[in-house]
Design a protein around this ligand. Structure first.
Ligand SMILES: [Zn+2]
Length: 401
């Protein structure tokens, strides 16, 4: 699994700034962050940690000993102290992720080193009541934990993704994508049902986070992710961090108006980007030739040379490119990632997106922006939810020995 960053792990704040205890806790977090950045793919030696953190080898050695004593890390083999390999211990705990989609639920469990250990996907009606959805999530989580020989109490934090705007107060704002969650204080009800700390975000934001850390946006400190599925929304990473806006709903690109006399949108307005670029709109447009076709079947038809379907993907891509151009002129991202079900069309869609961006963005802005398809595909949101849990979970760091 690619490396993760934990630069945003919050400080516990339990020590006076500048005190020895505060410095020690900060150094402990630096060592943990270095281990999480490396992930669990490669052995990390104490010398590697000293190089990454720029801490003195003796300091690293002391901190590793403290962390090992507290059960947070394990050490093995190597020649000499500097060659000792260090990894985050499974005994340190686990994190979990829950991703509600338009018609699915995904649940995953990961370790504190940033690896996803187990994952399960289930079908779920889009109009389910939130209590039913959370009950299914809780049962699935317990099943995964049992498979791992773990229990709910081992989970230090849960990341929860929803395909709806989520305010900074954790309340789900109106969305016909998930009507059973409107007005629900998602983090509070999920925390009560799962009996663990829960951190909630919009799924496009979580996809952006995952693509930024693990996927097509790696190496881009300013990037935009556009999810085009049943709904259309964006997640924005600015200066390496997710941007949520004042009320937590930044990135609602799907409801930019393109034509006031255009088709009615589910938000109550007319001619929104989403009304031209959602999967439902594409299916409606092609219903006479391809009744009841899934997005996958439409992609297959386009690849087989169906000119009507190719034209429809071209139109959707052009309009997405137009919307992306507005975003690009505003925040000047170096990378635009297109995800969601519509992205299954690959270059059938992306060529038109690139063309739309070229037509509508300032020339230097479009020239500086790479346009790529999601690298993590339909698993972007669950990876993002796991990263959210990892970022927001405070580890119980040992006091000075
Ligand atoms: Zn709208």
């Amino acid at each position: 699994m690619p490396a993760v960053s934990v630069s945003s792990v919050p400080a516990p704040g339990s020590h006076a700034p500048g005190s020895t205890a505060s410095l020690r806790a900060a150094n402990q977090r630096r060592v943990i962050a270095a281990l999480q950045t490396a992930g669990s793919r490669l052995p990390v030696t104490q010398a590697d940690i000293a190089r990454t953190t720029r801490l003195a080898p003796a300091t690293v050695s002391n901190i590793v000993r403290e962390l090992a004593g507290a059960g947070l890390v394990e050490t093995t083999g190597g020649s000499g102290r500097r060659g000792t390999e260090v990894r985050i211990s499974r005994r340190a705990g686990l994190v979990a992720a829950v991703d509600f989609g338009h018609r699915h639920l995904r649940v995953a469990v990961g370790d504190l080193a940033g690896s996803m250990l187990l994952e399960q996907r289930l079908p779920l009606d889009h109009d389910h009541d939130h209590t039913v959805g959370l009950g299914l999530a809780a049962g699935t989580l317990d099943h995964l934990l049992e498979t791992l020989g773990a229990a709910r109490g081992d989970v230090l934090g849960v990341g929860l993704g929803l395909p709806a705007p989520v305010g900074q107060d954790g309340v789900v704002i109106g969305s016909s994508i998930l009507p059973g969650w409107i007005g629900v204080h998602a983090s509070a009800v999920a925390r009560e049902r799962l009996d663990r700390p829960v951190f909630v975000d919009n799924d496009a934001n979580l996809c952006a986070l995952a693509e930024h850390r693990l996927g097509a946006g790696v190496g881009h400190s300013c990037m935009a992710y556009i999810k085009a599925s049943s709904g259309v929304g964006a997640g924005l990473v600015i200066d390496g961090r997710l941007f949520h806006g004042g009320a937590g709903t930044a990135g609602e690109i799907g409801h930019l108006t393109f034509d006031e006399t255009g088709p009615i949108c589910r938000c109550g307005s007319r001619g929104c980007l989403e009304a031209y670029t959602s999967v439902g709109m594409l299916q409606d447009m092609l219903r006479s030739q391809h009744p009841d076709a899934t997005i996958g079947e439409l992609v297959d038809a386009a690849r087989a040379g169906d000119l009507s379907v190719r034209r429809a993907f071209d139109d959707v891509g052009s309009r997405l490119g137009w919307g992306a151009a507005i975003l690009a002129n505003l925040i000047n991202p170096s990378c635009l990632v297109i995800g969601g079900d519509m992205a299954q069309a690959g270059d059938l869609l992306l060529d038109a997106v690139r063309d739309g961006v070229r037509r509508h963005a300032l020339s230097p802005v479009s020239a500086a922006m790479t346009v790529a398809v999601s690298a993590l595909g339909e698993r972007s949101a669950i990876h993002g939810a796991l990263l959210l849990a990892l970022d927001r979970t405070d580890l119980a760091l040992p006091a000075a020995s």
